[in-house]
Design a protein around this ligand. Structure first.
Ligand SMILES: [Zn+2]
Length: 314
C-alpha cells in the first residue's frame, strides 16, 4: 500500500505540474457529480438526507464517527455463547436469516451478515458518548439494552417506544425475504454509497483503503438492514426508495442520540459478572480475574514476586 501511495503521489505531482487532474481534483469532481445527480432525483425527503450527510461531513462529526468505529473500545473479556443467547434478537436472527452466500449477495438479500452490522454501530455510538474505554457494564449495556430491537421495530421512532419491543420469528422470516430488487432503488442506494465513499476519501486523504476497509461496507449493509426492516413494516419484500430514505433517517438520528441511556436489565448485570473467580498472590496480593471459561489450571501458579497464586471466588 505504501508503495502504491507514493507512486500515486508522484503521479499527482506530475499531473499537477502539467495542469492535469490530480486525485484530489478527481475526488472533488466525483463528489460534485454524485451530489448533483442525487439532488436532481425527485425522491421525497432525499434533500433532507443529503443535507444531513453534508452537514455531518463538514462539521467533522462524520470523521469522529469513523474514528470511533475503528477505535479500540475495550479490554474486557468476551461474552460466552451461553451469555449471548440471552439476547433473543441474536437467536432469532441466527435461526431465521440465511447464512451469507453467493446467492444472498447477488440478490442483495437481507442475510446474517447484513444483520451483524448493527452491533458495531451500537458499540461505536455508545463509545462516542461515554468518551472512554468500555467497562464491563458498558459491554453488557451495548449487548442487552434492547436498542437493537428498538431500531429494527421502531426505526426512526426507536427512542419513542416506551418498552423494548419483542421481535418474532415471523418478522425475521419476512426480513430474510427482503431485497433491493428494482433498478431505481439500487441506483439510489449505490449513488449514496459512492457519495459517502468520496466524502470518506476527502476526510482521510486519497490513499484508498488506508483508513478502514471495514467502515464503508459495514455502514452500507447497516443501511440495508434498516431499509429491509422498513420494507417489512410496510408489508413488502422489495426494498424501495422510501425504505432507503427511512434507513438513513434512522441512522442519522441514531448517531446523534446519547444511547447510553439504554441500559441492560439488572437481572443480566447480576447474572454475568466480568470475573467469576480470581487468582490472588499470597505474598504481594496482586490478583488476576478469571472469566467463566477460564480454568485456574490454565495459569501459572507462581507470581512474578515468587509468591503462590491461590484461587478465590470473590
Ligand atoms: Zn506476588
Amino acid at each position: 500500500m505504501k508503495f502504491l501511495n507514493s507512486t500515486f503521489d508522484f503521479k499527482d505531482k506530475i499531473n499537477s505540474s502539467l495542469g492535469r487532474e490530480t486525485r484530489v481534483d478527481w475526488n472533488n469532481r466525483k463528489l460534485k457529480e454524485y451530489s448533483e445527480y442525487l439532488r436532481n432525483l425527485k425522491i421525497k425527503n432525499l434533500d433532507i438526507i443529503l443535507d444531513e450527510l453534508i452537514n455531518n461531513w463538514q462539521s467533522g462529526f462524520y470523521k469522529e464517527l469513523m474514528l470511533s468505529f475503528v477505535a479500540d473500545k475495550d479490554d474486557t473479556r468476551f461474552l460466552t455463547f451461553d451469555e449471548l443467547y440471552n439476547n433473543r434478537l441474536l437467536v432469532l436472527a441466527a435461526e431465521n436469516l440465511s447464512r451469507t452466500n453467493i446467492k444472498t449477495i447477488a440478490f442483495s438479500k437481507t442475510d446474517l451478515n447484513v444483520f451483524k452490522t448493527m452491533q458495531p454501530f451500537i458499540d461505536t455510538i455508545y463509545f462516542m458518548n461515554i468518551g472512554r474505554k468500555f467497562l464491563w457494564e458498558d459491554v453488557l449495556n451495548t449487548f442487552f439494552n434492547g436498542l437493537d430491537a428498538r431500531l429494527m421495530l421502531g426505526l426512526d421512532k426507536f427512542d419513542e417506544l416506551e418498552e423494548v419491543p419483542q421481535p418474532t420469528a415471523e418478522f425475521f422470516q419476512k426480513l430474510g425475504e427482503t431485497q433491493i430488487a428494482s433498478k431505481a432503488t439500487s441506483d439510489l442506494y449505490m449513488k449514496l454509497t459512492l457519495l459517502q465513499m468520496h466524502i470518506e476519501d476527502d476526510i482521510f486523504g486519497h490513499n484508498f483503503g488506508d483508513f478502514s476497509e471495514d467502515y464503508r461496507p459495514t455502514e452500507d449493509l447497516f443501511i440495508q438492514l434498516l431499509a429491509g426492516c422498513s420494507a417489512v413494516h410496510n408489508g413488502r419484500d422489495t426494498i424501495n426508495s422510501d425504505d432507503v430514505i427511512m434507513a438513513y433517517k434512522t441512522f442519522f438520528k441514531l448517531v446523534k442520540t446519547d444511547i447510553t441511556v439504554y441500559k441492560a436489565p439488572q437481572s443480566i448485570i447480576d447474572s454475568m459478572p466480568e470475573f467469576t473467580g480470581y487468582l490472588v498472590c499470597d505474598m504481594c496480593g496482586v490478583s488476576h480475574g478469571l472469566g467463566p471459561e477460564d480454568s485456574p489450571d490454565d495459569f501459572e501458579d507462581t507470581c512474578d514476586c515468587g509468591g503462590h497464586l491461590v484461587y478465590k471466588n470473590n
